[in-house]
Ligand binder design. Sequence first.
Ligand SMILES: C[S@@+](CC[C@H](N)C(=O)[O-])C[C@H]1O[C@@H](n2cnc3c(N)ncnc32)[C@H](O)[C@@H]1O
Length: 236
Amino acid sequence: MKLSRRLKRIETFIPPGSRVADIGSDHGYLAMDLMVNRLAAHVVATDKNPGPVKKLKRNIARRKLTGAVEVLQTDGMRHLDPSVDVVIIAGMGGLLIRDILFESLSAALEVGKLILQPMSQSDKLRRFLLDHGFMICEEAVVFEDERFYEILVAARGSQRFENPLDFEISPVLIRNLDEDGRLFLTHRLALLGRIAKDIEENSKDPVKLRQLRRRMGKYEEVLSREDQYREGHQST
Ligand SMILES: C[S@@+](CC[C@H](N)C(=O)[O-])C[C@H]1O[C@@H](n2cnc3c(N)ncnc32)[C@H](O)[C@@H]1O
């Protein structure tokens, strides 16, 4: 079983010996890999829908892991055992992840570590986390199969972002920007550039253009700071 780069990167955030819940596990690849490679002490793989749960059980049985990976059909973090210390919610929209956390807020605040991998709207998820008693401890971006995947690691805590654009261009990601993270920011900047060009040529909406240029300016600032930092490190 070869795990994707995205799921492998998620694994790197799990402290050894953790009791893990993989919410919305679907195929169960991550949950199974954690047990096969002894990267967790216990894993429960959950899913809300009967189809994925059937697939999950079939995959687990095929790899002779029945009993080693617990399976639970449930919505979100309902019925989460309090002994779970790492919760993974990956491969879902940012708003769905937000709703799952909000619905079980007091339980989510008790979990040692949340590893969240939103497929969209990560800015709204960051805002939700900071508004509801969490802090974002680490972030990463993985580039795989022609797309970027954002990973947010959160825990109970208090954190403020000074600039509204920080929810889109996270200071936590920028802190440890690697090659995939840099590519991600460059890609986003190019995307915004194309949108700005389209507005300039068509609607010419001055408010939208101003907003876009402000966002582009922030990406440019971060990328040029990174360039300078790299150059400084290469010459020492
Ligand atoms: C695209 S799959 C992601 C699978 C895996 N986590 C990954 O990252 O590769 C999303 C899964 O989440 C499940 N799901 C959606 N809403 C859910 C909820 N509220 N609670 C639990 N599972 C949910 C779906 O049934 C589906 O199997």
